[in-house]
Ligand binder design. Sequence first.
Ligand SMILES: Cc1ncc(C[n+]2csc(CCOP(=O)(O)OP(=O)(O)O)c2C)c(N)n1
Ligand code: SF4
Ligand SMILES: [Mg+2]
Length: 291
Amino acid sequence: METVQQSKPKDYKSDVPPIWCAGCGDYGVLASLTAALSQNNVAPVDTVLVSGIGCSSRLPFFVTTFGMHTCHGRALPVATGIKLARPELRVIVVGGDGDHFSIGGGHLPHVARKNIDLTLIVMDNSIYGLTKGQVAPTSRPGMVTTTTPYGSADMPVNPIAYALVYGASFVAQSFSSNVKLTTDLIVKAIRHKGFSFINVISPCPTFNKVDTFEYYKPLLKSIDEIHPDKSDKVKALSLAMTMGRESGEVPVGLFFQEERPTYVEMVKEIKIKNKGADNPDLERIIDILRP
Ligand SMILES: Cc1ncc(C[n+]2csc(CCOP(=O)(O)OP(=O)(O)O)c2C)c(N)n1
Ligand code: SF4
Ligand SMILES: [Mg+2]
């Protein structure tokens, strides 16, 4: 694997200037991601960014790594294929709350429980930004949007609880303008063996006039002091379910981290146990899973 010597965040920024609106939270995520890649000193050529469709999903254009802009909601299965075919690559998925909790919401649970070795960074703005302001899965109850002119009747998804319950082995939340925290979490997520998930609250000042930087800033609360044992999943879930916009305290930091075998390691174990078994189909399937 090629190693970049003393890389800098600018080494990961492409010549394509971001076309996000002025003040979009996604700029903070881009800055954090390039800082994290530089801290981990990974070569762009060894890294693949995979996205779906949305404002946030444009991010791979703005970096020098390999990138794949897939279909709306389908970044995780594509990324899984890349990781299984080329396990030596670092695979990072980026996208929006619509992409990962709505149209693609069926993929996150399975990537989490299988512990596929990749990182998912969601830029959660509680709105569909690219399509100009429709209600999203993390929009608050009663929110007026272009598709809910009289207010949303839906209960929002709780991304942290969702990821924990489905078995993600690394679960964190950050806020886009806190570049230091977001960078630190991305550094740890990339180093984590298994599926790592970070929900980054990333305001959309153009189409979401309620979940703004000004609204969130006084509510943000680091969970490190009240939750020092990151292996305590029950405490992590309890915090995820009791803290949030409704409680007046929005938790940020690392909720949970555990070490357990990845999908490829599990398959390898099955292969060893079944060595010599008269099962050519199983042999063929597990042979394609490298290393
Ligand atoms: C199959 C399919 N359905 C719908 C769309 C239209 N569409 C494009 S992006 C988007 C929502 C984007 O919202 P989100 O994922 O939250 O990203 P954001 O723009 O907010 O960053 C939708 C509905 C599409 N491109 N493809
Ligand atoms: S519409 Fe919203 S999410 Fe999209 S670039 Fe503009 S501010 Fe960002
Ligand atoms: Mg969105």
